[in-house]
Design a protein around this ligand. Structure first.
Ligand code: URA
Length: 246
């Protein structure tokens, strides 16, 4: 059996089986010492990611505005129908001067209530994915391409993507990250303006205004479908390498 991607989790994870499960889902081979030796956590199968392949055009939010103005515009936004059903706008969370910017798809029902991105199950995995490469969640800036929750967690529509496009650009201009992780296919399509399958987008260093962009599988996909978990770990390793070389 290969030890190539083994992560020894005794110190950090033995007291928390949930974390262990998340790392398993991510594809990090987790070896847990027991009294009589070590066991490899079982792997499971995956199915395809069920997310939209629509890609947005641009809207016209100035990239020169400050955080206060951006927050005001987003809170007051009525550019698409999602403004009618949202409980609150989910602009983003984390270090506004972060080196790492993570961009997911859209807030779900829990995040609509919390007003924060990635707070539910996939958020826990995302947090563990970051931790696995030595980054605390609050050291990163986390946002989505869509700032309002689509009802019933539906895939964002083209006009919804268009309406939010400028907000993300403004956020990127403000945070000035050293690296962007496009989390999942929908985010990757929007950020890179492509419709290529994620299998062709991952494993490559893309660029957005000279900022390296790495495409990673969405944690919700990894939780549902575990076939690609080793690739997810490889993508994180690639992101870390690119970041360290910058
Ligand atoms: N929650 C988010 O904030 N973004 C996603 O892409 C999924 C869940």
């Amino acid at each position: 059996m290969s030890y190539l991607f083994c992560v020894y989790t005794v110190v950090f994870f033995m007291d928390n089986s949930t974390r262990l499960q998340y790392l398993e889902a991510m594809g990090v081979d987790v070896w847990v010492p027991r009294e009589q030796g070590i066991i490899e956590v079982e792997r499971k199968q995956a199915v395809d990611e069920n997310v939209s392949d629509e890609s947005p055009a641009h809207n016209s939010v100035s990239t020169n505005i400050g955080w206060n103005e951006l927050e005001r515009q987003v809170v007051e936004c009525k550019k698409c129908i999602l403004s009618e059903s949202r409980k609150q706008v989910v602009l983003g969370e984390g270090d506004k001067n972060a080196d790492w910017m993570l961009v997911g798809e859209a807030p779900n029902h829990e995040e609509d209530i919390a007003g924060k991105p990635f707070v539910a199950q996939s958020g826990f995995l995302l947090t563990e994915m970051l931790r696995a490469i030595g980054i605390q969640r609050n050291e990163a800036y986390i946002t989505n391409i869509i700032k309002c929750s689509p009802p019933d967690n539906k895939d964002p529509k083209v006009d919804e993507l268009k309406s939010c496009d400028g907000y993300l650009k403004a956020q990127i201009a403000l945070v000035k990250p050293k690296i962007i992780l496009a989390v999942g296919r929908v985010a990757a399509h929007a950020i890179l303006e492509t419709k290529k399958p994620i299998s062709e987008l991952r494993g490559i260093v893309h660029s957005l205004n000279d900022i390296p962009v790495i495409v990673v599988y969405h944690p919700a996909y990894l939780l549902r479908t575990l076939l690609e978990k080793r690739k997810a770990w490889q993508d994180l390793q690639l992101a870390l390498k690119i970041y360290q070389e910058k």
